[in-house]
Design a protein around this ligand. Sequence first.
Ligand code: AMP
Ligand code: MG
Length: 415
Amino acid sequence: MKTMISVEEAREQILGAVSPLGLEKVNILDALGRVIGEDIHAGRDIPPKNNSAMDGYALRAADTRGASPEKPVTLKVVEDIPAGAIPTKRIEAGLSARIMTGAPIPEGADAVVRMEDTRKEEGRVAIFVDVEIGRDIRRAGEDVRSGEKVISRGETIRPAEVGMLAALGRSFVLVHQRPMVAVVATGDELVDIDEPPTPWKIVSSNSYSLAALVRDCGAIPLAVGIARDRRDDLIAKFRAALRADLVVSSGGVSVGDYDLVKEIMQEVGNAMQFWRVAMKPGRPLAFGSLGNVPVVGLPGNPVSSMVSFEQFVRPSILKMLGHKDLFRRTIRARLDERIEKTEGIRHFIRARIQREAQGYAVITTGEQGSGILKSMVRANGLIIIPEEATVVEAGAMVTVQLLDSSLDWSPVPGF
Ligand code: AMP
Ligand code: MG
């Protein structure tokens, strides 16, 4: 019997076999959530010209000295400058221009007085306030200076970056390609979702949960379908999967039992390794490559395949997408029930985390069998109980790996 390897060893080997994919040019909206593959330097000043931050009057600050509601200063209004218009007149001493927010500041003017601090008169304006130079003027380049680096290679594009790219006139940008990830289910007991399930057959839910996980990571699932536990079919399905950048299979990798899947993987694959990982669920795991395409053979049980995907495949996909942060966030939470476990194995226990006024509380989602998919449906995290532990008492603090962002919007009690 082969020795067990740790979760870290397995993860290191798998991550070592994948690298960020090449770059492609996409529309900036399609770049949302993707990793940018180029530094973005501003090709222009933003804003391009000094412009007004308010609706009001552009004037020379010196002309407003001593102005107040009781003793207004009156200036001649030489023109009206709506947003987008080009000023045509120079503002000399004693002159002003009516100006709207965003409109360019006319030459000679060095301040704007807000509309509410003025009163319109025939061809003139009464100014009620004394303003300093620069008041309510947005300076050219105050947001971004031409030449400045505003987005760095390796950053993830969020709505703010999309806006910045648009402001700089970039409609396309280079991002890392999204990997295509083939999902191969194996098993004679499986039927597809719309086939009539005879009583002794089960729907290949893994085909869908794994494809959903692939998509959730930002990659493209390639549904190869169900391979029967037969030589020709297994070979055909694994061959079809070769179009992908990564292959994920489910089933047939259990250590100990005779399984055709392993035999075929060994035959069509390179350097296939069949591991016993010191974890539960998800102990059996296969890893190698088909041609140049890395392949991860996940166990068949619905919970095992998802938990193993989370630990090994998700970080690999994120790495291929160019991300630097590859792992799910973990938090510390108070465990509200007693847990017993096997020594020497890391347990990933499906759990429901709740936010409290101070910190977090966590309970298991009940029955933890690797076929109990409902335990995943109810879970928003996985309690990680380290190898050496055998029992964790209620009230202890535990580490929980978050499976989704549900905690981000759960209200804090008492606030
Ligand atoms: P295996 O690892 O092939 O021995 O599969 C273990 C168990 O997982 C099987 O007995 C099935 O009940 C279940 N299983 C395997 N493949 C799938 C699948 N694609 N979808 C849902 N359950 C599966
Ligand atoms: Mg099987």
